[in-house]
Design a protein around this ligand. Structure first.
Ligand code: NAD
Length: 367
């Protein structure tokens, strides 16, 4: 008989309900929706085939599941994830793995039995566009990487979005804004593509476009040791927005925008051309090609499928949760730099950021 993973879906809100529906529909082979958990029993009623819980502690200890998928508000990722790991379950946690780096360290420290699979929902790692860019960087086709610019101002959210749940837009409920909620995927891809920077200087605007406590706009400068720099710009208030990724290297430049990936290749590497050209305003001749990549969708379920394959077959994880600390650290460091009006060196002091966050929570009357 083929083994089947009994999955418990914790959090049946906007995202968790979508996961649970697809798993219940059998989209993931060898995975059964065995239990669901939400605070609101109305959400649970949509899944009569699964055992229903209103407390994650009860689901985790029920014996009804082998693994859990956590899609609850951000702070509870750490507590629920650690509880599930300590009780021997495999865990797939949605982004961000934790609100802040100290919590991410606590969560990762709870993963002591490495036979348990611990993964994160970084589904954009399965996107053929980013896989292609990563492969071309790793294969040396871009040459040494010099600069990455990512502008993601197409996260527009109206006021109704922030009003839709009391945890949104607050330091005590959400723990951050566009960096913590909308950008974790890009902040995951950034080090996955080019590594972690050594220092960050960022400028955040808090409640610039919405009546919220947290940041709804950020402009960050990331500095690496090897002559590589990056900028990261994001907003939930700008319309029309842009989503444009540029990565420039010795041999050319990728641009990904409007679903099209182009690579402009320098016929001579940039620094070699600079050394040898005699003409004052010359630049390397280039050739631009559109790289065909087909996005077939289904990325979230690809991560769940990989999670199940890792449990049953030992397949390598696409997104180990331990790597989720990098996007948390980048988001925290951008906030810290902005709040302290100075450059933050990485690795960031996790206790310092936690203190800063607690101060923000207290200032805004949170608990
Ligand atoms: N990966 C993605 O593409 C993606 C997209 C959107 C949201 N998300 C993430 O999904 C998570 C949930 O977001 P959402 O928009 O679905 O939120 P939501 O407010 O719509 O739903 C939250 C759910 O969690 C439940 N819940 C709250 N506290 C709980 C607790 N302590 N124990 C058990 N259940 C609890 C609520 O009852 C509700 O069912 C967040 O981490 C968010 O960042 C991921």
């Amino acid at each position: 008989m083929t083994a089947t993973i009994r999955l418990g879906s914790i959090g049946i809100g906007a995202m968790g309900a979508r996961y649970a529906e697809q798993i219940a529909a059998g989209v993931v082979p060898r995975c059964k929706l065995a239990a669901v958990c939400a605070r609101n029993p109305v959400q649970l009623a949509k899944f009569p085939q699964a055992r229903a819980f209103t407390r994650s502690e009860d689901l985790i200890r029920s014996g009804a599941v082998d693994a859990v998928l956590i899609a609850t508000p951000h702070y509870s990722h750490t507590t629920i994830g650690a509880d599930a790991l300590r009780n021997g379950l495999h865990v797939l946690v949605d982004k961000p793995i934790s609100v802040h780096k100290a919590d991410a360290e606590r969560l990762i420290a709870a993963h002591t039995d490495l036979r348990q699979v611990f993964a994160a929902m970084f589904m954009m790692r399965t996107d053929p566009v980013f896989l292609k860019i990563r492969q071309m960087i790793h294969d040396g086709e871009l040459g040494e990487v010099r600069r990455l610019n990512w502008t993601i101002t197409n996260w527009f959210r109206p006021a109704a979005y922030y009003a839709s749940a009391p945890w949104r837009g607050t330091w005590s409920g959400e723990g951050g804004g566009v960096l913590l909620n909308q950008c974790p995927h890009q902040l995951d891809l950034l080090p996955w593509l080019i590594g972690m920077p050594r220092r960050i200087r960022a400028f955040c605007h808090f409640g610039k476009y919405h009546h919220i406590e947290v940041e709804d706009e950020v402009t960050a400068y990331l500095d690496y040791d090897n002559n590589l720099t990056a900028t990261f710009i994001a907003s939930t208030g700008e319309a029309p927005g842009t989503n444009r990724l540029e990565i420039a290297g010795e041999n050319g430049r990728f641009v990904f925008e409007n679903g099209i990936l182009t690579f402009t290749r320098n016929e001579v590497p940039a620094s070699e051309f600079s050394r040898t050209a005699k003409e004052l305003f010359a630049a390397p001749p280039t050739q631009t090609t559109v790289i065909p990549v087909q996005n077939i969708g289904g990325q979230h379920m690809a991560i769940v499928r990989n999670f199940v394959d890792a449990i049953l077959d030992g397949s390598p994880l696409i997104a180990p949760a331990s790597e989720g600390i990098r996007s948390v650290e980048l988001a925290n460091a951008m906030l810290l730099s902005s709040l302290q009006e100075q450059t933050v060196e990485l690795p960031m002091d996790s206790a310092l950021f936690e203190k800063e966050l607690l101060r923000l929570i207290a200032r805004h009357g949170g608990v």
